[in-house]
Design a protein around this ligand. Structure first.
Ligand code: C5P
Length: 306
């Protein structure tokens, strides 16, 4: 079974407060984009069967193939710490599955970028193994498991364009797809999500994503591009000068708007059409320190099946 795992960008992100768990309450709008990791799942052989016999205790046989530009996924664990393995183990033990799996993850989405690569991989693992093991879990049940693994993972079970609340795990799908072409740029430094959140401060009067969502519905891409907003841009800019540098580069290439994605370090510029985005990407690629990808926002799957 071959499962595509797309990246996401945040189009709007506001901090509403701090939750008792220590996480931050968010109001965020995210869209999946056409940049993919690939997860391949196969039934396990004898070696990957679970057993009380200590010689064969690995239920999940995992392999990571790094295809990120510049081989930049060095910080992605290639062992049982990887979110794919943790997701498969959580589903296996919850459902009482005895049979193991072989999972091969081909990584293309840069890590420490705010693009949700690891979260998308985990969601792909839950969806794929649910089918391969014939569990018949519905989306709500998978989302509950996804929320235990990470804040962004439930979003990827819904996909497309969505507004998320709570620490990110409450997902409200939005109709349609964002009608802009994006150029995503990952600078040579990455940012750790926890570190960026540690430096943020909660605004006294948080903004709501209502107006942003209204501009999405009005199908006026220029206005939408103008309203891109991310409260984490300030703490991220305090950790790396790349955020400001990339912003100036996007402005020089005539973007309609630009933003840090999630907790960064990747930023994206928004353009009216493919040719404007490709022209900008060519200019940005003249700096070979940068990973530059032209992407299209994806529409939601809009079904209730996972
Ligand atoms: O949920 P996830 O593992 O992706 O979060 C990584 C880190 O980001 C958390 O440990 C927390 O420090 C921070 N975070 C947060 N509030 C959120 C999401 C993440 O403070 N809503």
């Amino acid at each position: 079974m071959v499962i595509p795992a797309p990246a996401k960008v945040n189009l709007f992100l506001e901090l509403l407060g701090k939750l008792p768990s220590g996480y931050h309450a968010l109001d965020t709008v995210m869209t999946e984009v056409s940049w993919y990791d690939t997860l391949v799942l196969q039934h396990g052989d004898e070696r990957t069967r679970t057993s009380s016999d200590h010689r064969s205790t690995h239920a999940i046989d995992f392999r990571l193939i790094d295809r990120t530009a510049g081989g930049g996924s060095g910080d992605v664990p290639a062992d049982s710490e990887n979110l794919v393995v943790r997701a498969l183990e959580l589903l296996r033990t919850t459902a009482g599955v005895e049979r193991g799996l072989r999972a091969t993850l081909i990584k293309r989405i840069p890590s420490q970028a705010g693009l949700g690569g690891g979260s998308s991989d985990a969601a792909a693992a839950l969806r794929g193994a649910n089918r391969l093991w014939g569990l018949g879990y519905d989306r709500a049940r998978l989302m509950e498991l996804a929320g235990q693994l990470g804040s962004d993972i439930p979003f990827f079970l819904v996909g497309g364009l969505a507004r998320c609340h709570g620490r990110g795990e409450q997902v409200e799908p939005l109709a349609g797809a964002l009608d802009l072409v994006l150029v995503v740029v990952k600078p040579p430094v990455g940012l750790a999500t926890a570190e960026v959140f540690r430096r943020c401060s909660i605004p006294e009067a948080p903004r709501s994503s209502d107006e942003f969502c209204r501009s999405l519905r009005s199908k006026n891409p220029r206005e939408t591009a103008h309203r891109l907003f991310n409260r984490l841009a300030e703490p991220a800019s305090g950790l790396t000068e790349w955020v400001g540098r990339l912003g100036r580069s996007f402005e020089r290439t005539g973007s309609l708007g630009w933003l840090l994605s999630g907790s960064g370090s990747a930023c994206f510029g928004a353009y009216a059409d493919r040719s404007a985005a490709q022209r900008a990407a060519r200019r940005l690629r003249s700096s070979d320190e940068l990973i530059v990808q032209v992407v299209f926002p994806l529409a939601g799957r809009m079904t209730d099946s996972p």
